[in-house]
Write a protein that binds this ligand. Structure first.
Ligand SMILES: *Cc1c(COP(=O)(O)O)cnc(C)c1O
Length: 431
């Protein structure tokens, strides 16, 4: 498998090169030169495969021969060594709980897979690699945790000051060692802009081997397909599911659509967005207009210019009509998010986090128009990571699980910076 740049001005590369580079030299996102078709029998008999076997079958064609079979097996079993339960919430909706990983966020899978691949490649290369990542919330913790203490890899995380929850902030500022947090006085788009600028800076890139751990990196983006196969493995209904994905940068849902093109039965995809409604507006009016991100309760999705959407367009050769046949998107307000959390808790005794609530609410809207269909929404974070929001909805506090309680007492260590590129460049040069 080779990867080409969506800007079409850079050479094709294999999985190893694409993972190390993150972004192509022409600043385009890498995209696979074909989408593999999975054997029909594999899909039909999916329940008879272990989740490791499923994951291997899905990711092997994308990795090609850049990682030997034995190492890839180990990377996979290490990456997914927790549960991905599908839980029935009400008559026509199931929750795919993706928050049972070490940082209680779905991004654990992508971050763990990528860190282990990069660790393998860095060993071969014998050169220090600096992972540079902007986070709107959960990426930081998952990346910090996934890369912690990996030899030969330094991690620099930019996050918007005051715009991530206290648990999230602790997760990315308390580890130390090879994990460095930069607290940017700005919003997520500022952070993302700084990171993009660093990757585009030839002078810097000649001195430092920089790579990204955002979902633009193929090694983070592609393993997200696993979720959709794991969901289908547990799906007992007769007709294929409608799948609703809480979306910000659109990496996760793009992976889902890729899985579907590879043969996974899915009736329809729903992208649940918060007030950052670039894609819902685009699908309605046909005009793509990037905006400033606005702050919402589902802050990991506060993205004004979703960087992975261009990959979704590529899958459909930019045919908006074809895309609309498979994808519908809704913008859900904070008020709806709160009332959804409350309603689902009161009526079904199921606690949603604000991101899962957006996906649930979007799925609900779709199913109201499509009676008889059933769906899955992705629960991408544990509700305890957003205590203020959940307390606002339910008027009660929730307990922090043992597994993360201890970090709340650790000391935050971060370097505060204005959204100024020169500061970042200096910092990276001095590492
Ligand atoms: C990152 C994130 C999302 C959005 O995923 P994208 O791939 O950026 O669309 C949704 N929910 C949570 C909890 C997240 O951390």
């Amino acid at each position: 498998m080779l990867y080409y740049s969506l800007n079409k001005q850079a050479p094709n590369v294999d999985f190893k090169e694409a993972t190390i580079r993150g972004l192509a030299p022409d600043k385009g996102l890498y995209f696979p030169d074909h989408i593999p078709l999975l054997p029909e029998d594999f899909i039909k008999d999916i329940v008879s495969y272990s989740k490791e076997e499923v994951a291997l079958q899905v990711i092997q064609p994308y990795v090609g021969d850049t990682i030997p079979a034995k190492e890839l097996d180990e990377i996979i079993s290490d990456t997914i060594n927790f549960d991905f339960p599908l839980v029935k919430v009400d008559e026509n909706k199931y929750s795919l709980e993706l928050y049972h990983g070490p940082t209680l966020a779905f991004k654990d899978v992508g971050a763990r897979f990528m860190s282990r691949c990069l660790g393998f490649f860095a060993k071969e290369k014998k050169e220090k690699v600096v992972v540079l990542v902007a986070t709107s919330g959960d990426t930081g913790g998952a990346v910090a945790n996934g890369f912690y203490d990996v030899d030969g890899v330094e991690v620099v995380i930019l996050y918007p000051s005051g715009k991530v929850s206290s648990v999230q902030e602790k997760q990315l500022t308390t580890l130390g060692k090879n994990i460095h947090a930069l607290e940017v006085e700005g919003n997520f788009d500022d952070c993302q802009q700084l990171v993009k600028q660093a990757f585009g800076d030839n002078e810097l890139n000649e001195i430092v081997v920089l790579t990204s751990a955002n979902s633009i990196n193929v090694a983070r983006w592609l393993p997200q397909q696993f979720y959709y196969f794991f969901a289908y493995r547990q799906w007992k209904e007769i007709t294929p599911p409608v799948i609703s994905v809480p979306s910000g940068n659109f990496g996760n849902i793009c992976a889902g659509i890729l899985a579907h093109i590879s043969g996974l039965p899915v009736k329809h995809f729903i992208a649940g967005c918060n007030a950052n409604d670039v894609i819902p507006s685009y699908l309605q009016a046909g005009i793509f207009e990037a905006k400033q991100a606005v702050s919402t309760l589902s802050n990991a999705m506060d993205v004004g210019n979703p960087s992975n959407f261009i990959r979704i367009l590529e899958i459909f050769n930019n045919e908006l009509g074809d895309l609309k046949n498979i994808l519908t998107s809704y913008s859900i307000s904070d008020e709806e998010t709160i009332s959804t959390i409350k309603q689902v808790y009161d009526q079904q005794d199921y606690l949603l986090d604000p991101h899962g609530a957006v996906a649930y609410c979007a799925l609900q809207k779709y199913l109201e128009q499509h009676r008889g269909e059933k769906g899955i929404f992705l629960e991408t974070a544990h509700p305890v990571k957003f205590p203020a929001c959940v307390e606002q909805a339910l008027n009660k506090t929730i307990d922090i699980p043992e597994s993360i309680a201890h970090i709340m007492h650790l000391e935050k260590r971060a370097t505060v910076m204005a959204p100024d590129y020169n500061f970042l460049k200096d910092y990276l040069l001095k590492m």
